[in-house]
Design a protein around this ligand. Sequence first.
Ligand code: HEM
Length: 409
Amino acid sequence: MSTGATETREAPSLAAMLDPAVLADPYPLYKELRDHSPVHWDPMLHSWIVTGYGEVLKVLHEFSARCAPSPGELERMGLGELAPAAELLVKQMLFLDPPDHTRLRALASSAFTTGRVEAMRDQIQSITDELLDAAIPRKRIEMLAEFAEPLPCIVTAIVLGVPIEDYHRLKDWSVDFAQILSNLQLDPESAAARVPSVNEMVAYFERAVSRPKSESRPGLVEWLKNAEVNGDRLSGEEVIANLIITMVGAQETTTNLIACGLLSLLRNPEQLEKLRAHPELMKPAVEELLRYESPSQKTSRKAFQEVEVGGKRIRPGENVIAIMAAANRDPLRFPEPDRLDIERPDNRHLAFGWARHFCFGAPLARIEAEIAFSSILRRMPGLRLEDQTIEWREHMGLRGLKALHLAFD
Ligand code: HEM
């Protein structure tokens, strides 16, 4: 058994992720890392990198999620201006451990019920139809800008209960916030440049939360404000912090599932044709697209105590990066993991995470994806890629395309 300090280094660093060739196809890098060792120490990132399915599962079950930088840590990184936002960050469910997480998640779940999500189906279908209507006569679409970006942003505005016309701002703030969370370690300067955006976003939600009931509309702002479990309620700061993490979690991930999912289908035409011929396969197809190109590729954790994972001894407080996208291509768990198979049996992928932090919005994301793919396949016969260079977004954690030009008959 080895520790971070003693491991000999042969494997590449995960920092290679931002290399354009790796961005285009990170799976050979993940395979190399996993073949080297499903748990290995990356001195450049000062973190353990976990790439095996069983090992990622263990990390998601047993490790601490308190990974948000504290205001003091940000100060030391020269990002002191971000300190007020950090105060909110540490109140977001994503960065809490039990019992704080259990309490917060119970209150949030009581506000965002399956019934409230299911009730949005018709509205999601109408927004989908309206966005596609604009492209149908042209027989061409830039799938990101015209559909995969606006759909989840508009749905998010509705979920929150804020004016739909604000959706562009919600989108911009989410992009900035996700960049800060994901690239803080590698690129602190670009994080600092996004400080004004974070402050603006916080001020927006402060105003939304302080609006009187008579001026508000149904949605998470109201539902979280009124959530109550056994007489316990969320504080104003907790409401704002968790509105923000819900907004950020809801947008780019769903955009990327739709756009990358379409690209995966177009690159595997026999699977696309099978789905067209058998629309009843839509649910398993969405799960396979989540496994195959996981929109949220990785997450961070810290060890609570000294623990062994994959033959390595991890000390308390050491950083761990669990790569769900690598686990989802682990041949020990998924036979022929690099093959897209919309009928894959026993497809318990980790694209929504696992255990207590399992995605809060998974039911909504699944509905959006099912409606989006079904409507596109139904209304865009002969869907094909236009001649283009496929470019991927420069992001360590969120896997997404810059654009996707498609034509149809
Ligand atoms: C395809 C779309 C989505 C993907 C791939 C995705 C992925 C994930 C993943 C991997 C996690 C766990 C992170 C961790 O354990 O560190 C997570 C958590 C979360 N997601 Fe999603 N998500 C998606 C859509 C959504 C939507 C639509 C919402 C909101 C409506 C949302 C809100 C959240 C929240 C609030 C958490 C934190 C849960 C907690 O810490 O208890 N996500 N998501």
